[in-house]
Design a protein around this ligand. Structure first.
Ligand SMILES: Nc1ncnc2c1ncn2[C@@H]1O[C@H](COP(=O)(O)OP(=O)(O)OP(=O)(O)O)[C@@H](O)[C@H]1O
Length: 249
């Protein structure tokens, strides 16, 4: 079966800094995939290249068999993306932003209106009414970004830190939505540095550090008999503080 996402030899340099140093990854269709890594590991850079937002220096990415850079229209029709930092047209209300996304996707207006209403209700954003997205809280911005990613019912969701800045109630809502999406045949890959979320949700996990994949496989394979946190700390390198520092504090 064609993988939902396949990455081969992705490389990205920023001046002399190698942010991503040759990443290969296969995300099976129907999987819930966690991309773990410490700050600066290259998660955002990898996902941005995977979805056609950042051109790689080398390598390629396929969404359900469609080359993201050679056939972007086909690939992007199958893809929903929550990018890093969620750069939105934020002088719009949530409903207007969704309507705009629907138009960009060439969707039927009545379908967009009906889905937008459901998404705003389910994500507890309906109460925000006419509030402009620029005035949303950080967590609300994440949720409206997720709604935009879901609107066209993509086959693959690529989410950069979907749980960051989100309160526990909203996080539970998002988990439920993503669970239902995967149960219905969708595939999710998301980045995170929160082990608990990944352990709870994911069927598969990849640990990225210094721009390279250090561990990859099913959650059970990567974790073995240990906690994911233990594996992560071992792979990424443990704490370096001796306890002598900050004595003045
Ligand atoms: N536009 C850019 N210009 C220069 N350096 C960059 C740029 N984007 C990323 N980098 C560098 O590339 C490396 C990887 O960054 P990236 O944002 O992909 O990491 P990350 O794993 O998503 O980190 P975090 O968890 O902190 O969001 C970092 O060292 C970062 O400073």
């Amino acid at each position: 079966m064609t993988d939902a996402l396949a990455l081969r030899g992705l490389v990205k340099r920023f001046d002399t800094k190698v942010a991503v140093a040759g990443v290969d990854l296969d995300v099976p269709a129907g999987s819930f995939y966690g991309l773990l890594g410490p700050n600066g590991a290259g998660k955002t850079t990898t996902l941005s290249m995977a979805v056609g937002l950042l051109r790689p220096d080398a390598g390629a990415a396929w969404v359900l068999g469609h080359d993201v850079w050679a056939d972007p229209v086909r690939a992007k029709a199958l893809l929903g993306v929550l990018p890093d930092g969620v750069r939105l047209f934020d002088r719009l209300s949530g409903a207007e932003l969704l309507a705009y996304h629907g138009l960009l996707r060439g969707m039927d207006q009545a379908v967009v209106e009906q889905r937008a209403k459901e998404l705003l209700d389910v994500l507890a954003l309906a109460d925000a009414g006419r509030t402009l997205v620029v005035d949303y809280s950080a967590g609300m911005k994440k949720k409206i970004g997720l709604a935009c990613a879901l609107l066209h019912a993509p086959r693959l969701l690529v989410l950069d830190e979907p749980f960051e800045a989100v309160d526990p109630v909203s996080a539970a809502l998002i988990r439920d939505i993503l669970h239902r999406y995967v149960a219905g045949g969708g595939t999710v890959i998301f980045s995170s540095h929160v082990m608990e979320v990944v352990e709870r949700l994911c069927t598969h996990v990849a640990i990225l550090a210094e721009g390279a994949i250090k561990r990859v496989g099913t959650l059970a394979d990567v974790r073995g008999e240990r906690s994911l946190e233990d594996v992560f700390v071992e792979v990424v390198g443990g704490r370096t503080a001796t306890g002598e520092e900050l004595a003045w504090l």
